[in-house]
Ligand binder design. Structure first.
Ligand code: ZN
Length: 60
């Protein structure tokens, strides 16, 4: 049995995993990120989405 709270947790946990994977994938494919070791503006957006998903997990 899954409660509404459990479902909400699953949803944000999925969001964390998805955004983190997106960030890893970007970092491995982006020439700018790989060449400089810094985050380009796209990586910054992906990272912020990941941070936002994480803080949502903590707020549950
Ligand atoms: Zn990049």
């Amino acid at each position: 049995m899954s409660s509404p709270v459990r479902r909400a947790i699953n949803t944000v946990e999925t969001a964390v995993q998805r955004t983190y994977r997106g960030w890893i994938e970007h970092a491995s494919m982006c020439d700018e990120c790989r060449a400089t070791g810094n985050q380009c503006s796209t990586a910054e957006k992906v990272w912020q989405a990941y941070q936002a998903a994480q803080s949502e997990v903590r707020s549950l």
